[in-house]
Design a protein around this ligand. Sequence first.
Ligand code: NAD
Length: 265
Amino acid sequence: MAKLDGKVALITGAAMGLGKGIAEAYARHGAKLCLVDLSPKVAETASELEKAFQTEVIGIAADVTDKSAMREAVAKTVATFGRLDVVCANAGVCQLAPFEEMTDEMRDFHIDVNIKGVWNTCQSAIPQMLSQGGGAIVIASSVTGDLVADPGEAAYATTKAALVGLTKCLAVEYANRNIRVNCSQLGYARTPMVEKMATESNPENPEAAIDDIARNVPLGRLAKPIEVGELFAFLGSDESSYITGAQIVIDGAATLPETTSMGTN
Ligand SMILES: NC(=O)c1ccc[n+]([C@@H]2O[C@H](COP(=O)([O-])OP(=O)(O)OC[C@H]3O[C@@H](n4cnc5c(N)ncnc54)[C@H](O)[C@@H]3O)[C@@H](O)[C@H]2O)c1
């Protein structure tokens, strides 16, 4: 029996990038899926995964900033599959700008999608989980904000750090009702978001920006979306039944080195 057999998971931001990697891992481990994304491409991703993994997958085009749309997505999931066991609150955005040039619109865009979107996703799903006797939530935070930051990331870093606080509070609040809540703190994975950031950082040669990231990671490369998906699958499965309120770094040790010059290597 696969570790997510019988589970139903809703994954936001699942049309591409990490969300698609998370969805692949969940499908591979036997879960039935509801993929939610702003992009209409979500329907294509849903049918691709359904064929590849012989599981049931529905795709819903919805905006996580719209709470009623998220409530409808949960209702559709329950109407289709009869339950909802896991939520992966993954949808997020990142735009770089020098702090003194960052507009209020850019700041609010990050707050709306990265904080309020995760808030809406959790708040829409929790009543269903409570009615079923429990569930698991996995939130995509980041090493950015809580542990490290680069120039230009003020809005993104602020919102990703806030998600650590939300994770801890929800974990404590629902522990006695059998809902576990954890967050991932990813370094870098190669996704459309990171390719866009590389272009913003080095418009002349975005590949050089990606190579520079890899050079500074002790494992020597960026994460693959499926590797992040496997962490989400573990945190959504009963194998992680004693883990809640945790912030789990998955970064190839990128945040570990004290210097890039000292030592025997
Ligand atoms: N890629 C990385 O290196 C990295 C590192 C740390 C954390 N993260 C986090 O992981 C998550 C996914 O990142 P990614 O790299 O796959 O990004 P991405 O931009 O490649 O993909 C994000 C997906 O979310 C969807 N989305 C965006 N806004 C939405 C909204 N309002 N409602 C519904 N869907 C929406 C997009 O359409 C897209 O399909 C984000 O929360 C990001 O902050 C990514």
